[in-house]
Write a protein that binds this ligand. Structure first.
Ligand SMILES: [Fe+2]
Length: 255
């Protein structure tokens, strides 16, 4: 665990020295420390994380997902999530962030989407605009880039322009850990979370231009492969109503 935290701190420091710019984060996998972190995360197991077994009631509550923040600085965040069988991590994004995702145990269906319009992909918007997108439930275009069942030891590197929007459904009690570089921002819309609902394409004819925040309708004659639609459903201060997150303190070991 300690080595992975050290590597995350190193990558975070490199990212910070470049202003957490998109070009560094999009290419973070080229860094030797990144490859070392991916390998190190594969070594994590229940014991490192203070989990007794896959039914451990400290981490698996009767209702909702349990979030355990392991480490947090201004420039990176390490957080673990435990999903009881049948629960769903609401579709959400990580704008302008790189995430090292490692599944510890369980089986989850993971669906990742890439926003198409760069303004929304990189949250090139003000805080007011972000709130407006949520309060008006605006729709943007996206494409499905990953849709698979993942099991223990599976990993994924999420980039600002790849797999950045995603949802997970636990097919059995499951646990995963995210190393986020940098973490979400409480101040700037450029790194604030949004929650989404995926809209079925069959509904496209019932939508008007005013429902969209991007120019989806203008280019709808030539829809890209795996095209889909995302509706803003919540933000950092107002998550979707039925999204229950419990918080627990970390019981694992740092060494
Ligand atoms: Fe995520």
């Amino acid at each position: 665990m300690r080595k992975s935290l050290t590597l995350a701190a190193k990558l975070s420091s490199m990212s910070k020295s470049q202003g957490h710019c998109q070009s560094f984060l999009r290419n973070i996998e080229k860094e030797p420390a990144s490859q070392m972190l991916v390998e190190e995360l594969k070594q994590l197991d229940l014991r490192n994380l203070g989990i007794l077994n896959v039914l451990d009631p400290y981490y698996f509550k009767k209702e909702g997902i349990t979030k355990v923040e392991i480490e947090r600085t201004e420039d990176y965040r390490v957080v673990m999530f435990c999903l009881p069988k049948g629960t769903k991590m609401y579709l959400h994004d990580h704008p302008n962030m790189a995430i090292y995702f490692q599944q510890i145990f369980g089986t989850m269906k993971i669906r990742c989407l890439d926003k198409i319009n760069e303004k929304f992909q990189y949250n090139e918007i003000s805080n007011d605009e972000l709130l407006e997108l949520t309060s008006s439930s605006k729709i943007i275009s996206a494409k499905v880039s990953f849709n698979q069942v993942m099991k223990a030891r599976a990993s994924q590197v999420i980039l600002p322009n790849r797999y950045n929007c995603h949802e997970m459904i636990a097919l059995e009690n499951s646990c995963f850990i995210d190393y986020q570089i940098p973490g979400y921002s409480a101040i700037s819309a450029s790194r604030k979370i949004s929650y989404f609902e995926e809209i079925k394409l069959q509904n496209l004819p019932n939508l008007s231009k005013a429902d969209f925040a991007d120019n989806t309708l203008d280019c709808s004659n030539s829809v890209p492969e795996n095209f889909t639609l995302l509706k803003y459903e919540g933000n950092s201060t107002q998550p979707p109503n039925d999204f229950i997150i419990n918080e627990a303190l970390f019981r694992g070991v740092y060494q």
